[in-house]
Design a protein around this ligand. Structure first.
Ligand code: G6Q
Length: 553
């Protein structure tokens, strides 16, 4: 395959960019009254309006040619076929198997992993139903009222995002807490109001070697034993989700309380597995399975829809267009529904950990930019905070506006106001406000002469800021499944175009490796000299200052 930047599709896009860079979307809309219907796609009740992008039919044709040249369709099949496309870890990438809904074997009849997946789902059902129906009792015979999920990164953010997103569907008498930070305030702050007799801990760690998680788990265990004083009782109060059963058993989790994971599921793609046990406990297994079914429906769309109709591919190509041709460095996720407050954080990990890579599949340093900086916040909050930069800053920040057509707490006036903001913001970002319009507006407000001229440039909005708008009926388990699968596949397609492996995470592993070394030094007796002057200085300053404080006590 030709190098990306030397491929004919890339070069065509470069010259096309030159012809489109100064074209304003206002003009594109003015010349094409059908632009909305031409540049929108529907999947089930999801509407993706991408007409407010700096694209023409030709742009999309060229972007799709790029996707074909990079063999995106072939790679999609390779993923579903269970080929080891995560080549640096020699692993298949089969999170799609976790939500696979029909009887076909996956990836094929000889290596079918579906029986194992179904066993896991059965075990999740048994466990979540027992807890929800108060058949799973604590060591003193009391029902469980609080679940504490201890994990970090991929073992935390998915269940956290989804349980918050699906709160309206959750059992009211069960609280689900998440502890990820190794700052003791997080675990102790969570535990201080909990009753050990009615609390169930789920330690989620694929590796069961992640220091932050193990430290939190040990602290939870000590807290529990201090109050309950029975190792036996641990069995009613500690579950583990891991692919390292031995380590979980050593920790004290009963074998029957261990939920397995597989190496073909990456942490950030794992909420569909037993990593999502807290979701299943919160909303019930039926709800969890609806989420899986939604994701499966999108998987089927992804693998079978032509590129022209394919939602994840379309989102991916639009992202490539700005990232690589307009040199946009970042990208904003802006949900307009309270329950999706953790979506930006979740997608940030999914995207930045997957595509924050500079080495391609052939081991070469790339000569183009890859994954963007992803950020975002609930839309209304963002509007009163950072949208200023989106509207009038010097950077081009493509944004996705995500909004269901109803709210879990339906007060019509509130929902109409919410949606009015979505439509107003995307329109303003697209159209901007010309100098003539700003002048007229100021004039009508009574401004004249020098003071009008002074204010005028500040009131001009360049517009031409691209947005996608994603609307769907309501946020429920199925639509959440569709939404998350949509972004998973978008990120995958972008990785394919860039020729990188979206499924490893050596940068995360580095942190896990480094901390062990320094931790030993912090706890040691001698002055640290093994690093650069800054790192030595900081570690020694910390050690000495702490020691002085402790001596005074
Ligand atoms: C996700 C990453 C990372 C991982 C955490 C926790 O894709 O690999 O976020 O999930 O570092 O790892 P463990 O589950 O092994 O504790």
């Amino acid at each position: 395959m030709a190098l990306l930047t030397e491929s004919s599709a890339w070069k065509s896009l470069q010259s096309h960019y030159a012809s489109l860079a100064d074209v304003h979307m206002r003009d594109l809309f003015a010349h094409d009254p059908l632009r909305f219907s031409r540049f929108s796609l529907q999947f089930e009740d999801f509407l993706l309006d991408f007409s407010k992008n700096r694209v023409t039919g030709e742009t999309l044709r060229l972007l799709r040619a790029l996707a074909r040249e990079r063999d995106v369709p072939g790679w999609i099949q390779r993923m579903f076929n269970g080929e080891k496309i995560n080549h640096t870890e020699n692993r298949a990438v089969l999170h799609v198997a976790l939500r696979h809904q029909d009887d076909r074997p996956l990836p094929n009849a000889t290596e079918d992993i579906m029986p194992g997946v179904r066993d896991m789902l059965r075990k999740m059902r048994q466990c979540s139903e027992a807890i929800r129906s108060r058949r799973w009792l604590g060591h003193q015979g009391q029902a469980i009222t609080d679940i504490v999920n201890i994990g970090v990164g991929g073992s935390d953010l998915g269940p956290l995002m989804a349980t918050r997103a699906l709160r309206p569907y959750a059992a009211q008498d069960l609280r689900v807490h998440f502890v990820s930070n190794v700052d003791a305030r997080h675990i102790m702050g969570t535990l201080e109001n909990l009753n050990p007799n009615t609390t169930l801990f789920i330690i989620v760690s694929k590796s069961f070697t992640t220091h932050d998680t193990l430290l939190n788990a040990q602290t939870a265990r000590r807290w529990f034993l201090k109050r309950v004083d029975s190792e036996q009782a641990l069995q009613r109060h500690f579950l583990a989700v891991t692919s390292n059963n031995d380590a979980a058993t050593d920790f004290g989790v009963a074998v029957e309380n261990i939920f397995s994971m597989w190496d073909w599921v990456g942490g950030r793609y794992s909420m569909w597995s037993a990593v999502g046990l807290s979701i299943a406990i919160a909303i019930g297994m039926e709800g969890f399975e609806q989420m899986l079914a939604g994701a499966y429906a999108l998987d089927e769309h992804f693998r079978s829809a032509p590129l022209e109709m394919n939602l994840p591919v379309t989102l991916a190509l639009l992202g490539i267009w700005y990232n690589n041709f307009f040199d946009a460095q970042s990208y904003a996720v802006l949900p307009y529904v309270q329950e999706l407050e953790y979506l930006p954080e979740y997608l940030r990990q999914m995207d930045m950990e997957s595509n924050g890579k500079r080495i391609d599949r052939d081991g070469q340093v790339v000569d183009y930019t890859t994954g963007p900086i992803v950020f975002g916040q609930l839309g209304i909050t963002g509007q009163h905070a950072f949208y200023q930069l989106l509207h009038q800053g010097t950077k081009l920040i493509p944004a996705d506006f995500i909004a269901p057509l109803s709210s879990s707490n339906e007060i019509k006036a509130h929902h109409q106001a919410l949606m009015a903001n979505v439509f107003a913001q995307t329109e303003a970002l697209m159209k901007g406000k010309t100098e003539a319009e700003a002048r007229l507006e100021l004039h009508n407000q009574g401004w004249r002469g020098e003071s009008l001229e002074m204010l005028l440039p500040h009131k001009v909005f360049p517009g031409n800021k691209p947005t996608n708008t994603l609307l769907f009926n309501q946020l429920d388990p199925r639509s959440l499944g569709i939404l998350i699968a949509l972004y998973e596949h978008k990120v995958f397609v972008q990785g394919l175009i860039w020729g990188i492996n979206s499924f490893d995470q050596w940068g995360v592993e580095l942190g896990k490796q480094l901390v062990k070394y320094i931790l030993a030094e912090i706890g040691g007796d001698s002055t640290v000299v093994s690093h650069d002057a800054s790192t030595n200085g900081l570690i020694n300053y910390y050690r000495e200052t702490r020691a002085a404080r402790e001596a005074k006590k």
